[in-house]
Design a protein around this ligand. Structure first.
Ligand code: PLP
Length: 350
């Protein structure tokens, strides 16, 4: 039997219909701005987020880091949560390519408060680095797909405005937040100057992210993307998959959320495994393995032997992510796999 792959929502296979859309895509040289499909994707996503313009990127990392580079100067500082992707999982790009440091904050479920931000913004004095940008993440990957409450985002926006600071949203999974809350993408995006959206996560495209912002900002980001090696030619072949994903794969994210909830509740009821059910808000669950007496890596290997692939996330945690190639009956099979593993561990302990 093929294993059930819950390592990430990036492992999805493009469907036949998505491949057909790619096959028939109208293309041109996007470095000349002449790829109609890329242009359509950029315009479509910008419109949905209530902003002026978008820029197609090879990855979410490129999209976030181009934004950081265009928002900042060397020696300046970015405020974000300690667990954010831009700090932890992007290869150290911000210090390496943009010469900026991070001023890191802690907070529940990957969130930070307006109060914390206010305290952390540097006074204007040549003793200090200059605060240049505030970066939030929604939904939050490392915290387990948690949603950043809109109310707090708006309060942070008020603080940012007072200090004349821009805000960037790492919205790799923003559409998961949209579907889970019913709050529209433009409402989520309103507080931010720029937003990065991934098409290759739950939306199921093979490649691509889009950076969204004002026309002026995106004009500047075109230069930065070129410097980062991200100016592509007939990229419409790829962008077509992104457009297909926007049209077909947003509403169905609700299924992924229901599957994650079901898996979380079942796993949490098993001996030795714990899931913070309050954190299971979208398509990610973090499973605490401390109660098994084994390391998370040992538990991961045993799950793999039973046909369930998850990601060992460190600190006694496994991460499982639901996506469009995991159906409800796959979740039942995954639950059986977890049951076998916990039963084996229990009988070995007796
Ligand atoms: C996946 C992800 C990204 C971008 O990752 P790439 O692999 O570079 O596309 C950015 N932010 C978050 C929160 C992510 O989960």
């Amino acid at each position: 039997m093929t294993p059930i792959d819950l390592r990430s929502d990036t492992v999805t296979q493009p469907s036949d219909a998505m491949r057909q859309a790619m096959f028939t895509a109208e293309v041109g040289d996007d470095v000349y701005g002449e790829d109609p499909t890329v242009n359509r994707l950029q315009d479509e996503l910008a419109a949905r987020l209530g902003k002026e313009a978008g820029l197609y990127m090879a990855s979410g990392t490129m999209s976030n880091q181009v934004a950081i580079n265009a928002h900042t100067h060397h020696g300046q500082e970015v405020i974000c949560h300690r667990w954010n992707h831009v700090f932890n999982f992007e290869g150290g790009t911000a210090p390496a390519f943009s010469g900026v440091g991070f001023n890191l904050l802690d907070g529940e479920y990957g969130t930070i408060t307006a109060e914390q931000v206010e305290e952390t913004i540097r006074p204007v004095s040549y003793h200090y680095p200059q605060t240049a940008l505030i970066c939030l993440e929604n939904t939050h990957n490392k915290a387990g797909g948690t949603i950043f409450p809109l109310e707090e985002i708006e309060k942070i926006h008020t603080v940012a405005e007072t200090h004349g600071l821009p805000m960037h949203l790492d919205g790799a999974r923003l559409f998961n937040a949209v579907v889970a809350t019913g709050i529209g993408p433009a409402d989520w995006a309103a507080a931010f100057d720029t937003v990065s959206i991934c098409l290759s996560k739950g939306l199921g495209a093979p490649v691509g992210s889009v950076l969204i912002g004002s026309r002026d900002f995106i004009d500047q980001a075109v230069w930065v993307r070129k410097r980062f090696g991200g100016a592509m030619r007939q990229a419409g072949i790829l962008a077509a998959a992104g457009l297909f994903a926007l049209e077909n794969n947003i509403d169905r994210l609700a299924e992924d959320h229901a599957n994650a909830r079901q898996l979380a509740e079942s796993v949490n009821a098993m001996d030795g495994l714990n899931v913070d059910l309050n954190a299971v808000q979208t398509n990610i669950l973090m499973i605490n393995t401390a109660g098994t007496g084994l390391s998370e890596e040992e538990v991961r290997v045993r799950l793999e032997e039973h046909g369930v692939l998850v990601h060992a996330f460190g600190r006694d945690h496994l991460r499982a992510v639901t996506h469009l190639n995991v159906a409800a009956d796959d979740i039942s099979r995954a639950i059986e796999g977890f049951e076998k593993v916990t039963a084996d561990i229990r009988s070995a302990g007796e």
